[in-house]
Design a protein around this ligand. Structure first.
Ligand code: LMR
Length: 350
């Protein structure tokens, strides 16, 4: 590999010349021997996320780390920080724009203030099962374009590398939830998305946005009555231990947009860029293949723990939830998300 001169504008507007493999990206270290590649330098890529290593996202992040390090012959040192240990919901979006962290995989809802069209993935009953996700969000669909070719993300220095699944969301609470009326007056934790707020309110509940890392204690202390999440997130954060009921509603999708800081990416040698894009793509396949099984295992763990009764909604009960939000919310968020996206989605529903 040839060493090159790179001009970097760092935070605060200072321009520096850097003799670098990594350019302005993550930390560089001088390595020794062959393991760091031809010019003996390793670039560090920090990948931060908020779930545990045992979740669909956690497992895919570790797979990405292992594969990218192997296939770049150690020229990229991936450091995965899981479970909000480096950055959490409150500061990760700023951290990636500043290149303090190079990769994130936040859920669509976490992009609300950065790229509001991504709230399309928060629309309730967007999919009936995770198997529909690749079709509805394929890169050539209006939904896919809103994600993969999102101009707001580009402007905030984020390049999209893939779409990862957590899975389908369920409603957890301390009362039995069979119909929307069971939610009346109760307070539910949501991710910071207006679509999700409107959804809970349409069902009669109150919505409160709380950072993921704080949900367990908010439930334990009774600040909120319940929430909505995937089995893997509920179980891995021990939420079920402080919730007596889960309604298996499969009412919404929880998915992640895998992003990398563009300054960092652009600073990498072309062959490393190609390998990174390929490994990220394969990590998306790995994630999607495993997510359903991971959620099923978490469901079984919850059942075994015996703290929480799981009640699968009947088709009629599920329809009662759906009728209150489809197409109402789709119309309500038409201009924010984009009319062509909403039209495409509603056409698929008819
Ligand atoms: C949540 O806040 O509930 C999720 O977005 C957490 C996650 O990353 O799965």
């Amino acid at each position: 590999m040839t060493t090159r001169l790179t001009t970097c504008t760092v935070l605060g507007g200072v321009t520096v010349l850097s003799l670098a493999l990594a350019g302005c990206g993550g930390a560089r270290s001088d390595g020794g021997g062959d393991s760091t590649g031809g010019d003996g330098q390793t670039v560090t890529l920090k990948f931060s996320h908020v779930t545990t290593d045992a979740t669909p996202k956690g497992k895919a992040a570790l797979w990405f780390e292992k594969e990218l390090e192997k296939r770049t012959n150690g020229r990229v040192d991936v450091q995965v920080y899981s479970n909000s240990s480096l950055y959490g919901d409150k500061d990760e979006m700023q951290a990636i724009q500043q290149n303090s962290v190079q990769m994130l995989a936040p859920s669509s809802a976490k992009f609300t203030t950065v790229a509001s069209a991504l709230q399309v993935l928060d629309l309730p009953f967007l999919f009936d099962s995770p198997e529909d996700i690749p079709t509805v969000a394929a890169p050539d669909t209006a939904v896919g374009k809103a994600i993969y070719a999102n101009e707001n993300l580009k402007a905030k220095k984020m390049k999209v590398l893939g779409l990862w699944d957590s899975g389908m969301k369920q409603i957890h609470s301390n009362n039995v939830t069979k119909m929307p009326a069971d939610m009346k007056g109760k307070k539910y934790r949501i991710q910071p998305s207006d679509v999700l707020k409107s959804q809970i309110e349409a069902w009669g509940g109150q919505a409160e946005a709380i950072a993921f890392a704080e949900v367990y204690s908010a439930l334990q202390q009774g600040v909120i009555d319940g929430g909505e999440n995937t089995y893997s997130n509920i179980q891995s954060q021990n939420m079920h231990t402080v919730q007596s009921n889960i309604a298996e509603s499969d009412h919404g999708y929880l998915g992640y947009v895998l992003v990398i800081n563009t300054d960092f990416y652009d600073s990498l040698p072309a062959d490393v860029q190609d390998t990174l894009v390929k490994v990220a793509d394969e990590a998306s396949t790995y994630n999607r293949k495993n997510a359903t099984a991971v959620n099923e295992e978490s469901k079984q763990t919850i059942e075994k723990d015996g703290t929480t009764k799981i009640n699968v909604l009947t088709p009629q009960e599920r329809k009662a939830f759906k009728d209150l939000v489809v197409p109402k919310l789709y119309e309500q968020y038409r201009s924010l998300i984009g009319p062509e996206i909403i039209d495409e989605l509603l056409a698929k529903k008819n």
